[in-house]
Design a protein around this ligand. Structure first.
Ligand code: NAG
Ligand code: NAG
Ligand code: NAG
Length: 373
């Protein structure tokens, strides 16, 4: 049973710390004739990962091999098929690389590490790792379990998030016991790409920190709380439709910072889909610029700033370009399309100088309650 192993390992490591100073020879011998499973670092690691977020952890483990206090004895990689950043990194750095799915664990390892892998690892494989498999998750679990924690932290306006190291559970994602956790204050106006970069680095360091004292961490591991658990589903195109009547400037700003680098915000105009690009935030519209009908979705062109301003629930937000077949600056869109419509004064035609919310398709996360587990 590996539970017993872990506790025995913890005692051995404590002894190891005490004896290391006066028993270098014994320490070296132990490294040369490694027992079946090591009782302290450096560890034989098998790394499961796919994307850029995972590469940060793999990179730190790779450079850590050469540090004087290394936690890595050996490092091999399992990756998904396709052009994965982790695979590219592993090949460049001559790390042995295996393809998922695995029939068996390809060798003897002490501990596994899984970072944004997206596939559940079956129990029969987990059980081959005497210290189990660790996961780096970019949120303060149990908040934002699921595949898109970073997007949802931004989308919901969280001011604090973090990284968590858990031991994985064979049947469900993100529910295992917590070994280590660190807070991160989300800077104002932070995008999900920026947050991802910051948490990837933070997660990599927390992983190495955890591996440094793994047996003690396992003895002290804590079950996740039930309260405060939320689910962060994958982001989807349906989230990018702006419902002008329901979203505030602040909410559109968050939606933009959360998803726009992957999925542009969109709306409909005269029956066509229009993508809204180069968001500039809340706009201050002077009264003389406002049309008589300023309902949510109303569009006006701000010549001085070359911006399209759109009325939402509590104000106006600006975009500097749109995609309508091709990319058009606000000026191009105004001159080529909006101008004629805005010149008309009759209420019937004026209604067409409006973006229309695609309510049927929009699955606005803001109006949906957080999915409480
Ligand atoms: C780091 O360690 C690895 C494996 O132990 C070795 O192959 C590599 O050459 C080392 N790199 C440097 C810069 O010392
Ligand atoms: C965030 O954006 C708002 C609106 O664009 C701006 O007023 C504020 O100064 C920004 N804050 C930081 C820290 O950049
Ligand atoms: C969230 O759920 C609660 C209770 O089910 C409900 O009263 C509330 O109106 C919901 N909020 C939104 C924004 O849907």
């Amino acid at each position: 049973m590996w539970t017993k192993n872990k506790i025995a390992g913890a005692f051995l490591l404590t002894l190891g710390h005490v004896q290391r100073g006066c028993a270098q020879a014994v320490w070296r011998t132990r490294q040369l004739h490694r027992p079946r499973s090591s009782s302290g670092p450096p560890w034989r690691l098998l790394f499961f990962g796919s994307d850029h977020f995972a590469v940060e952890s793999l990179k730190l483990l790779t450079t850590n091999r050469n540090s004087s206090e290394t936690v890595v004895a050996s490092l091999e990689v399992v990756t998904l098929s396709g052009n994965m950043p982790v695979k590219t990194f592993a090949q460049k750095n001559h790390l042995p690389c295996h393809s998922w799915p695995l029939e068996v664990v390809p060798g003897e390892f002490d501990v596994g590490v899984v970072v944004s892998f997206g596939c559940l690892i079956p129990e029969r494989l987990i059980n081959k790792f005497p210290y189990g498999i660790l996961n780096v998750h970019p949120s303060l679990l149990p908040r934002w379990r699921g595949p898109a924690p970073i997007f949802h932290a931004i989308l919901h306006g969280d001011t604090v998030t973090g990284v968590t190291i858990i031991q994985i559970h064979p049947q469900r994602f993100d529910v295992g016991p917590v070994l280590n956790q660190e807070l991160f204050h989300i800077p104002e106006n932070c995008t999900s790409d920026e947050l991802e970069g910051a948490l990837a680095t933070k997660g990599a360091h927390l992983l190495v920190d955890t591996l440094m004292s793994l047996p003690e961490r396992l003895v002290q591991k804590k079950k996740q709380r039930h309260s405060g658990a939320t689910f962060a589903p994958k982001i989807h195109t349906s989230m990018s439709w702006i419902v002008w009547e329901e979203l505030t400037c602040e909410q559109i700003d968050r939606l933009h910072r959360a998803i726009a680098s992957r999925i542009p915000l969109r709306t409909t105009w005269m029956g066509r889909t229009i993508k809204l690009l180069d968001f500039v935030g809340k706009c201050h519209i002077s009264l003389s610029d406002q049309r008589s009908r300023t309902v949510p979705g109303s569009v006006t062109y701000q010549k001085e700033s070359n911006t399209l301003a759109v009325c939402c629930k509590d104000g106006w937000v600006g975009f500097k370009a749109v995609l309508l077949k091709k990319r058009l600056t606000a000026a191009d869109f105004y001159n080529g399309y909006l101008h004629q419509v805005l010149q008309q004064k009759t209420p019937h035609v004026a209604a067409e100088a409006q973006f229309v919310s695609n309510r049927e398709t929009a699955v606005s996360c803001q109006k949906r309650n957080l999915s409480v587990l």
